[in-house]
Design a protein around this ligand. Structure first.
Ligand SMILES: [Zn+2]
Ligand SMILES: [Zn+2]
Length: 430
């Protein structure tokens, strides 16, 4: 059933892409330009009333969606892409928390890598060598559950260097990022041992940078003109943090999961774009999520941030764009969240969904969705691969290798063909 639904979603995704591409190519209208009425604005002068813009039959128009690997990032521009906006139980429509921030200086940062989000990252066609920095807000699996997928899958697909991860300490060493990732790597012992001697080995290392979760607006990263700071978030246990990124006069804030708190209120001020959680409205938690009324009130308003409280936070810090996430964004749930937020906040607002894109400059914030290819292949490696050392391979036991059937006769023609085509002289294993 699940795979049938996923297939259906895939078909719908391809259909949607097809329709978008179809609309895009319909820009070639034929032999004459059709006049398109300009969008009405409240301040248009009288001589412009009724003006039309003529579009070319041979030149493309601006896209109203974002196609990966098709737009240069301007030197003064930030691009943010939502790779996960939902809940701990990932679903085809929404993976769990993950945000890719790309800067015009070439830097890219992932904030969280929650369950299911690595698939969204892959849709963006970014070489994995450029995706080597991850900042974790806290250690709930909906915020780091796909780290193993990015770590191993990214190394396999062209990250030729260690994956660098920043994350908070806990109130005990066992609740900190370093403990979690040391043990994650131990859990991957069989996986990593099995790749020795077979692939470029350089990507299979984790560099863990654990910092004090109690630091108030402390600098946790400063390279290449980019400053990233953290401060405590209030959520579940001691340990979670929020982050800000300052670069080139622009400021991005990622709250992670948190109850409204005095540190976000102070340090998220002057944000160009500020992300803060906003949970599902309590009535929908009861009827759709099957919470008891008691636990819906507790989880939806005390552990997490209710929409009305999100609005209060944003009306105090007044960002150029407020982004709400951490809810199932559906036709029958988003209205209650929107109404709740609008009780307390009337500024610019995005109710996040997966594949939402924000292009941020000092003059403009443009919001679109990604149109992507479901059958995407990994992008090219940006550097020459380092050949593995075959002597590092761990052999099968005699008992297991003794079970191999002899298929050399049908494999040999493949070797002959590839050896000839690429001028090499590889031989089958004995
Ligand atoms: Zn959490
Ligand atoms: Zn969460």
């Amino acid at each position: 059933m699940t795979s049938r639904i996923r297939n259906l979603t895939g078909v719908l995704g391809i259909l949607a892409l097809g329709i978008l591409i179809g609309l895009y190519f319909r820009g070639e209208w034929g032999s004459e330009s059709l006049p398109i009425a300009k969008a009405q604005t409240t301040n248009s002068s009288s001589e412009n009333d009724g003006a039309v813009e003529r579009y070319s039959p041979v030149k493309s128009r601006d896209r109203d969606f974002y196609a990966p690997n098709s737009e240069d990032l301007k030197p003064d521009e930030m691009r943010l892409i939502a790779c996960g906006t939902g809940m701990p139980t990932a679903r085809p429509k929404q993976a769990a928390s993950c945000w890719l921030l790309e800067l015009g200086n070439g830097d890219k940062f992932l904030f969280d890598i929650g369950t299911g989000s690595n698939e969204r990252v892959s849709a963006l066609q970014i070489p994995y060598n450029f995706l080597d920095k991850v900042f974790l807000s806290h250690l709930h699996t909906d915020h780091f559950g796909d780290l193993d997928a990015l770590f191993v899958g990214g190394a396999l697909a062209g990250r030729q260097k260690p994956l660098r991860v920043w994350g908070p300490s806990g109130d005990t060493p066992e609740r900190g990022t370093k403990y979690a990732l040391d043990h994650l790597r131990k859990a991957l012992t069989w996986d990593l041992d099995g790749r020795k001697g077979l692939t470029d080995p350089r990507g299979y290392f984790l560099e863990v940078n654990e910092f004090d979760y109690r630091g108030k607006n402390q600098v946790v990263y400063q390279e290449n003109g980019v400053t990233i700071r953290s401060w405590p978030a209030i959520h579940s246990l001691d340990g979670p943090v929020s982050y800000s990124v300052e670069w080139n006069g622009l400021k991005f804030v990622f709250g992670g999961d948190t109850f409204p708190n005095k540190w976000y209120d102070e340090y998220a001020q002057n944000a160009d774009l500020a992300i803060h959680e906003s949970f599902i409205a309590v009535p929908d938690m009861i009827t759709k999520f099957k919470f008891t009324p008691q636990s819906a009130l507790d989880v939806g308003t005390q552990i997490h941030t209710a929409p009305e409280a999100f609005g209060k936070v944003m009306s105090r810090i007044k960002p150029r764009m407020a982004v709400a996430y951490h809810f199932f964004n559906d036709f029958d749930t988003s209205h209650a969240i929107y109404e709740g937020i609008r009780e307390t906040y009337d500024g610019p607002l995005s109710l996040a969904q997966d594949y939402m894109v924000w292009n941020i400059t000092k003059d403009d914030i443009r919001v679109r969705l990604v149109a992507f290819d479901e059958a995407v292949w990994p992008p090219p490696a940006t550097e020459k691969p380092q050949l593995p050392d075959p002597s590092e391979r761990i052999p099968y036991s005699d008992e297991i290798s003794g079970g191999r059937l002899d298929v050399k006769d049908v494999i040999q023609p493949i070797y002959d063909k590839i050896n000839k085509q690429y001028g090499i002289n590889e031989k089958q294993e004995d």
